[in-house]
Each structure stands twice: as C-alpha cells, then as structure tokens.
Design a protein around this ligand. Structure first.
Ligand SMILES: [Zn+2]
Length: 191
C-alpha cells in the first residue's frame, strides 16, 4: 500500500530512515539512555522551573529549544506541538505551569519553513475523511505567515481567562536558516 499523499514538506529526511528502509530507533535509543544514566547529575532539580518560565514552541525537529535559548535543565517548561500554536491543550499546560509550578513568563517560538505553512487544509481534511470516514475534532491550525501565527497565539493567551499571569508574554519567529530569533511585534503592520 502506497503512503498517503504528503501535504507536509516534500523534503526527504536528511538523516535516518527513508520509505521502505525504515527501521525503528527505540532499541538504539535505549542504548543511548544507558550511557546517559551513567553521567546523570540532575537528582537535585526541583520540578518548579528555576527561571519561572514556560516556552511554547513548534515540534520541528530542527529546533532544540534548550540550545536556542541557552536553558539549563530545570529552567523552564517546554510545551511543544505542531506549529507551537496556543491550543486548548497548551492553555491547559500553561494553567498548570502557572498555578501549580510557579511560572510567570511565557515565550512563544514559531519558525520559518514550518510544515503547517505548506498544508492545504481542505485537502488534508478531505484525505482524512476519505481514509477514516471522520472529521477530526481539532482544527489543523495551518497558517501562511509565522509572524501572524505568533500574533494569533499571543492574542489567545491574552484573551484566555485561565491564564493568570500575562505581564511577560513575548513571541518570536526562529529562522531555521540562521538560528536567530526575531521578535514579533503586536502590530500586524510590522514583523
Ligand atoms: Zn513548525
């Protein structure tokens, strides 16, 4: 059976498996974990983030949020999904982050060349319906401009009655070509 038409990026994976040659990685990863355990030194870390910071970011595999921001283990909550979009489930995590674990600052990170910029939303839904007979309960949250998607996510945070701390919310677009974070202004007329 041939795979469904890809509506996400058309690029082949740069590393790892391709197509029929796919082999799962979990056994190899467990070997890496054995090495990790031998040098593990985080026993004393608190579950409450030390910087009282929560980061909401796209799941894109090119982005290592800890490296991008210079975060240490225990510094921040990192909440990730496709697009880094503020969905109800992200709000759920942020509410717990703020109310139970003391965070007071939110950083949003979307990025250039995001898969969600390339999705034909109606074709995606039609394909799912054809294969499953169902429409998903969740919106796909596709977008064209990552700066606009950051602005929309900021608005959702500001509009949410459940988000308690809104004084320190900033949004950025990560440039996958340079590694730079470009801040998104609240004004749609500017980047
Ligand atoms: Zn993305």
């Amino acid at each position: 059976m041939s795979p469904p038409a890809a509506h996400f990026g058309q690029n082949e994976p740069v590393t790892g498996n391709k197509g029929d040659q796919f082999r799962p990685s979990t056994d190899e990863l467990l070997g890496h974990n054995e090495n990790f355990v031998t040098r593990f030194a985080d026993q004393g870390l608190s579950a409450a983030p030390g910087r009282r910071l929560a980061v909401v970011a796209c799941m894109d595999s090119r982005m290592d949020v800890g490296q991008i921001l210079g975060l240490a283990h225990g510094d921040a909550h990192i909440i990730r999904n496709a697009g880094g979009v503020v969905t109800d489930d992200v709000v759920r995590s942020l509410v717990l982050s703020q109310r139970l674990l003391g965070t007071r600052e939110i950083v949003l990170i979307h990025h250039t060349d995001c898969g969600l910029q390339k999705v034909d939303e109606s074709a995606f839904y039609a394909e799912l319906a054809l294969e499953t007979g169902l429409q998903p309960r969740w919106p796909l949250e596709a977008f064209r401009d990552p700066y606009d998607s950051v602005r929309l996510s900021i608005v959702r945070l500001l509009d949410s009655p459940f988000i308690k701390h809104k004084d320190h919310i900033r949004g950025f677009v990560y440039d996958v070509g340079s590694g730079r974070l470009n801040e998104v202004s609240a004004d749609p007329g500017h980047a």
